[in-house]
Design a protein around this ligand. Structure first.
Ligand SMILES: [Zn+2]
Ligand SMILES: [Zn+2]
Length: 552
């Protein structure tokens, strides 16, 4: 009997983000991606959501490496956190490693890893696995599908992908090689991207966006053009720069990650902009606005980004007017719609013309739609299939596609974060679970516990009531209860309510003092209970109650 292989999902199955899977054979653990998720608006004050690494860290010494399929944050953004607690090499394309490197370097963790560049078509021996890096098209260059040759046959991971037949860099998804793998050894298990599994048809080629952008430039004579897109979308940036140059404009990258990525991609030979056509943001003012294209970050409405600053008139390099056209070459990720709309509104208030994906085809998705997923299934012909990278409904939609293509339903497994699967001579099945809750991070300081988050949610919804009392050495209430509130009831209605609350708490405190010698904690408890029940009886709300006990 050949050694079994386990696959454990720490993130990415049930939500878009924090992608992280672990392959395991004979005690060695190989990570496929290590990403973050950006928080929902109800995760107050949370900057980043991580996979729960606790199961992984119990076996930190068994980690033989991490395969980074491509450079998006939902695939490599978690490395700078995991590397604090574990040391292992990371394998990925030059650009993937270049994009991942920034955060790892900022965290001072470069010495805890070996960033190992791999090239298209190479096979690397990593622990017990032979790993093949297969070119694939996506919304960032140099993305990979990866094939893992294991004791249980070949496991193919699609990576994030679309089947773009006219990619900007002519680097096609190597379907021929995937077909050859399927034809010779067969694919025992396929893990494939489900993001657009409920979208009909075929995704548009990235080069079709270039045409749209080029045509748009015809109508911008005499106007400055500002375009926002993902800073990692090098091919979009290339097509924008090409359009700018064709219309005699210079290109000014704006925003920290945009400047950094343009520099890096040019050094790697992945982005071609002539020196003469590239200017620094500092010099925008020296150029005729009609001869400038600014390419900036902030296409998702991120509050601190260059575009958000432009929209509120807070950018130090550039002030927009009614002579500017702003193009959002992007589509809001679910959850960001509101932030993006607010930015668009503010840009329009400044008088700018705004073009976005709702009114023009200035964006194409990086993820395969239904017809592409069918094509992939038809080439891979896997024995077992697990949809990955999607919300639960995406995973189910992808599973249905496989069944529609003729896979027996019992060979298609819909798994979720925390599921541990085993692949052995008998086949694939679930074999327990591991912790996979969200881990919240606030800034770079560290975790935000679920308690803190719950407090913030209550504060934001229900407000806060603080009650201050002062007790002297002989156990008498000498001042207060002083009640202050924020966000609980409207000021006009509050005076009588607060007076009544103060009286009620005062009574409870005096009773407690008369009955013995309560300490500060006990008094705080009395206050919290008296105030809490009064507030909830009278207003049907549950604000955070903060008792403060002073001694005189
Ligand atoms: Zn992704
Ligand atoms: Zn991606």
């Amino acid at each position: 009997m050949a050694a079994p292989v386990h696959v454990t999902f720490l993130g990415g199955l049930g939500d878009i983000g924090r992608n992280c899977a672990v392959l395991e054979q004979e005690g060695s653990l190989l990570l496929i991606d290590c990403g973050i998720m950006f928080p929902d608006t109800d995760m107050l004050g949370v900057d980043v959501v991580l996979p729960d690494f606790s199961w992984l860290l119990e076996r930190a010494d068994d980690i033989v490496g991490c395969v980074a399929t491509h450079g998006h944050e939902d695939h490599v953004g978690g490395l700078s956190y995991l590397l604090r607690e574990a040391e292992f090499p990371v394998f990925g394309s030059e650009l993937t490693l270049g994009l991942a490197r920034g955060r790892i370097e900022e965290a001072g963790l470069l010495k805890r890893t070996d960033l190992t560049p791999v090239a298209d078509g190479e096979v690397w021996e990593i622990g017990p696995f032979d790993v093949e890096f297969i070119p694939t098209t996506h919304s960032v260059p140099q993305a990979f599908a990866t094939a893992y040759h294991t004791s249980q046959g070949t496991i193919l991971h699609s990576g994030d992908f679309k089947i773009d037949l006219t990619p900007v860099d002519h680097r096609l998804t190597d379907l021929a090689h995937i077909g050859a793998l399927a034809d010779t050894d067969g694919i025992r298990l396929l893990l494939a991207d489900s993001t657009n599994a409920d979208q009909p048809g075929h995704s548009r080629s990235e080069s079709s966006v270039g045409e749209v952008l080029y045509n748009l430039m015809h109508h911008q004579e005499g106007r400055r053009v500002v375009v926002a897109c993902f800073a990692s979308h090098i091919h979009r940036i290339q097509q924008l720069a090409d359009a700018a140059v064709a219309f005699g404009r210079v290109v000014a990258p704006l925003g920290r990650s945009m400047r950094r990525n343009v520099t890096m991609a040019r050094e790697l030979g992945l982005l071609r902009i002539p020196d003469s056509a590239l200017i620094s943001a500092d010099d925008i003012g020296d150029h005729d606005p009609a001869r400038v294209m600014v390419i900036c970050t902030g296409s998702q409405g991120e509050p601190m980004s260059a575009l958000a600053q432009l929209a509120t008139g807070d950018n130090r390099w550039l002030a927009l007017t009614d002579e500017d056209t702003v193009i959002l070459s992007s589509h809001p990720i679910p959850g960001n719609e509101h932030a993006v709309t607010r930015v668009i509104d503010n840009l329009m208030r400044l008088g700018a013309d705004v073009v976005h994906s709702g009114i023009s085809d200035v964006h194409a998705t990086g993820h395969a739609k239904r017809e592409e997923l069918k094509l992939y299934q038809s080439i891979v012909q896997p024995e077992w299939f697990v949809p990955v990278h999607g919300e639960y409904h995406h995973l189910v939609a992808h599973a249905r596609i496989a069944e529609l293509m003729g896979m027996p339903a019992e060979n298609v497994l819909v798994a979720e974060d925390g599921d541990r699967l085993v692949l052995d001579d008998r086949g694939l099945r679930k074999a327990g679970t591991v912790p996979a809750d969200y881990v919240y991070v606030h800034g770079t300081v560290g975790d935000v516990s679920t308690n803190v988050l719950a407090d913030r949610q209550v504060l934001s919804r229900e407000g806060l009531v603080s009650v201050i009392i002062c007790v002297d050495g002989r156990g008498r209430l000498v001042a207060g209860p002083e009640v202050a509130t924020r966000g609980w009831v409207l000021a006009g209605d509050s005076a009588a309510l607060i007076a009544e609350l103060s009286e009620r708490v005062g009574g409870a405190v005096r009773d407690a003092l008369a009955g013995g010698k309560p300490n500060d904690q006990e008094l705080a408890k009395v206050i919290r209970r008296a105030a809490g029940s009064f507030v909830s009886d009278r207003t049907r709300r549950r604000p955070v109650i903060v008792p403060v006990v002073l001694r005189s």
